[in-house]
Ligand binder design. Structure first.
Ligand SMILES: Nc1ncnc2c1ncn2[C@@H]1O[C@H](COP(=O)(O)OP(=O)(O)OP(=O)(O)O)[C@@H](O)[C@H]1O
Length: 294
């Protein structure tokens, strides 16, 4: 009996030390007839903060929408917490915050959270505690009973973030959550993100086009024009490119990619040199081939 139990326990522990939280291979998204994500292959480790960085329009939001299952015309493989992206069973396991906060203006912050907690199916007896914790997490207790209409943009954004924290999701997908916030709030939110990853063990994927935020992530996916330019830790990126900052590293990688694209266009395509994006793909290892097209 004890043996069986310990086997169950070991099996459980093994399941707790799983493969990647997110795994993409040959991921492609077409929007309005244009390929906006082009053959992406990468993995995102569990329990870490991964920053998705790149200039406006490079495809960060499209990738996040694909991961949470709200993007049409996705082809290739995209597995999230062991299931194809968009799988019904993933809904309660994910928290997603879009760039436009979606809260009801005529409800208070607390009422918004109560409402979403009921939509999420959080048991009635746990609801008040979960709502309280989410409000505390985002430092909004002092405004809990204010109508959302009377909150500032940053405060409304934090209500949205609190909604995403309800139910303790295993994966948090946050689309530019710190835009427009003052430095103190930004610092507090990054402390919260680290607490969520380091202490609660959740995976956090966070997009930003502010490069100084990159330094706060465990790993980075640098994107440009629908492709992945690099997939590494901030330290490794700086070291590899001989740069002082991630911003400088990013600019060097862009220059490198441009000059390689230029030399290919000039007829040197036979060269065996690989672009950083190709390097990343190769480093990602064997690509699963089944399709989870949505
Ligand atoms: N409905 C659409 N139809 C066609 N193209 C679209 C559509 N929505 C977005 N795009 C294009 O897809 C590309 C990726 O957009 P996306 O919103 O993912 O970029 P982003 O990196 O999140 O940008 P930002 O940082 O400005 O939010 C952009 O070039 C954009 O113009």
């Amino acid at each position: 009996m004890t043996r069986t139990l310990s086997r169950v326990f070991i099996h459980h522990m093994m399941n707790k030390a799983p493969g990647p939280a997110i795994e993409a291979a040959g991921l492609r998204v077409v929007r309005g007839g244009r390929t906006v994500l082009d053959d992406l292959s990468f993995t995102i480790p569990p329990g870490r903060i991964t920053g998705l960085l790149g200039p406006s329009g490079c495809g960060k939001s499209t990738l996040m929408r694909s991961i949470v299952g709200s993007q049409a015309h996705v082809t290739g493989t995209l597995n999230v917490l062991g299931h194809p992206a968009g799988h019904r069973s993933l809904r309660p396991r994910l928290g997603y915050v879009t760039q436009a906060p979606s809260v009801y203006a005529d409800l208070t912050a607390r009422q918004n959270l109560d409402y979403y907690a009921s939509v999420l199916g959080i048991a009635h007896r746990d609801r008040a505690a979960q709502v309280e914790r989410a409000l505390t997490d985002v430092n909004l207790m002092s405004h809990a009973d204010n109508l959302a209409a009377n909150l500032s943009g940053g405060q409304r954004g934090r209500v949205s973030l609190a909604v995403a924290l309800l139910g303790e999701p295993e994966l948090l997908v946050l689309d530019e959550p710190t835009v427009g916030l003052d430095p103190v709030l930004r610092r507090d939110l990054w402390e919260l993100f680290h607490h969520i990853a380091d202490d609660r063990g959740a995976t956090v994927l966070i997009s930003s086009h502010v490069m100084d935020e990159a330094e706060r992530c465990h790993r980075l996916l640098l994107m440009r024009e629908g492709r992945i330019l690099a997939d590494d830790t901030p330290d490794a990126l700086r070291e590899r490119t001989g740069s002082e900052t991630v911003e400088e590293a990013f600019l060097r990688l862009v220059d490198e990619a441009n000059s390689e694209a230029g030399s290919e266009a000039n007829g040197n395509a036979g060269s065996t040199a690989r672009t950083p994006a190709q390097q990343t793909k190769a480093d990602a290892g064997a690509a699963p081939t089944e399709s989870s097209a949505r």
